[in-house]
Design a protein around this ligand. Structure first.
Ligand code: FDA
Length: 406
């Protein structure tokens, strides 16, 4: 005989037990709301677990909430200001300290757990427990609709459930093998909300096989570079580390620039940003009897020097016998290396998804959409941070802003 299950009711149902969803649920629960979090994955917060090389770069001290355009991309770069200024890196640091989690600053304001990202996940779960949050996992949502009284009904594989509000915290499309899905975008579309086109961000760039052959042997080489893309007002530049890979370029420099790079356009690299190459090469010519490659190896990593001189017969002789023109050409090629990537490594390797739910259809105060009672937080929204803890800070801040309104 079929059993009739009573429909369970909550004040808020949060779909997605990632960074933003867990954080929002904990706060809303502690504000006295009956909250359910559900996630189709078996484990919570898989991205937190793998983030920052397993140590989670959980925020950034350099974030300036009054100037969010400095570190965030969005069709409306000012949208995130309200949430970011009401829940700041200092607020999150305070929470981390209250939970006794040791952390350290690495580089450019980036804060990491000393021990493991797992500490942060346990903190998020303890905050949920403190708010009496219920958690269903793994649990998929088959359908979501609004009932006549304005509340939402969800058909899940654990039965139907009702919520006065629904918070979509299902993140972006990156790394599908650990649970990423387009759920958030589908729900937005179902309720007539607009989307900003999505593309992979913070992602390695790839190059055409033949064109890349001269550099393929450099895989594994890392060095500081200046990197830029775009023109005039749209120009972006970073001084960061570059990593050569078998298929192209990666490392913080390339991940950062990838969020600004547009298909078909070049990137420009200065492979010796802190060396005055023309003067150093002229000095070597006047004073050295060595091969140019050996002199160059004192100015840039030796593997790079070797690969570079292969490109031009004029560079394969003693530095004293190399013409001024050839030396100038070498300095120019190293400091203004223009290359056009063929593409990116895609969502398989991207740390984030650019684009998402259009902020024109969301309140910057509460993250509620034009569809009353339906909220979007975290990466599913068209707000994307730089590498360096900015994306987690957006997850915390947007989750916090939403939780105040539930
Ligand atoms: P998040 O992806 O965390 O959570 C979404 C949740 O929704 C997941 O648990 C998923 O299973 C669930 N879900 C998806 N579809 C569903 C569906 N249909 N039904 C039910 N549940 C569903 N950022 C940073 O600031 N510092 C860092 O160090 C790093 N490092 C890093 C490394 C790597 C390898 C990646 C891929 C990403 C990072 N990031 C990062 C980015 C950061 O992880 C990301 O921006 C946040 O996790 C986004 O938080 P959200 O809660 O929005 O999504």
């Amino acid at each position: 005989m079929a059993t009739l299950r009573a429909m369970q009711e909550f004040d808020a149902i949060v779909v997605g037990a990632g960074a933003a969803g867990l954080f929002c649920a904990g706060i809303a629960g502690q504000r006295g709301r009956r909250v359910l979090v559900l996630d189709h994955s078996e484990k919570v917060a898989e991205k937190v677990r793998i983030s920052g090389g397993g140590r989670a770069n959980f925020t950034n001290r350099e974030l300036d909430p009054q100037a969010p355009h400095k570190h965030f991309l969005s069709a409306n770069p000012h949208f995130c200001r309200s949430a970011l200024s009401r829940y700041t890196p200092a607020d999150f640091i305070d929470l981390v300290q209250r939970h006794g989690i040791a952390f350290h600053e690495k580089h450019k304001g980036q804060l990491f757990c000393d021990r493991s990202a797992e500490d942060l996940i346990q903190m998020l779960l303890r905050e949920c427990d403190a708010g009496g949050v219920q958690r269903w996992q793994p649990c998929s949502v088959k359908a979501l609709r609004q009932g006549g009284d304005g509340a939402y009904e969800l058909d899940t594989d654990r039965g139907p459930v009702r919520g006065r509000s629904v918070v979509v915290a299902t993140g972006g499309l990156s790394i599908p093998k650990i649970g990423a899905s387009d759920f958030g975008y589908r729900i937005a579309t179902q309720f007539g909300l607009r989307l900003v086109e999505q593309r992979p961000g913070l992602v390695p760039l790839t190059f055409d096989g033949d064109a890349w052959k001269p550099y393929a042997g450099l895989a594994g080489l890392a060095l500081p570079v200046h990197i830029e893309t775009g023109e005039k007002k749209g120009r972006m530049a970073f001084l960061e580390d570059l990593l050569f890979t078998h298929r192209g370029l990666s490392g913080p420099a390339v991940l950062q620039i990838s969020s600004y790079w547009r298909e078909g356009t070049p990137i420009r690299l200065n492979l010796a940003p802190e060396t005055g190459l023309p003067a150093a090469l002229a000095h070597a010519k006047a004073t050295s009897r060595k091969l140019l490659v050996n002199e160059l190896a004192g100015l840039v990593p030796s593997r790079l020097a070797e690969a570079w001189v292969q490109q031009d017969a004029d560079w394969q002789r003693p530095v004293a016998d190399t013409s001024d023109k050839a030396l100038a050409r070498l300095a120019e090629r190293l400091s203004r290396w223009d290359i056009v990537p063929t593409g990116t490594e895609g969502y398989r390797k991207a740390e984030v998804t650019l684009g998402g739910v259009d902020t024109r259809d969301l309140s910057s105060q509460t993250l509620e959409s034009k569809q009353p009672g339906l909220y979007f937080i975290g990466e599913v929204v068209d707000v994307t941070g730089w590498l360096g803890g900015y994306n987690f800070q957006w997850a915390w801040a947007s989750g916090h802003a939403c939780a105040q309104a539930l």
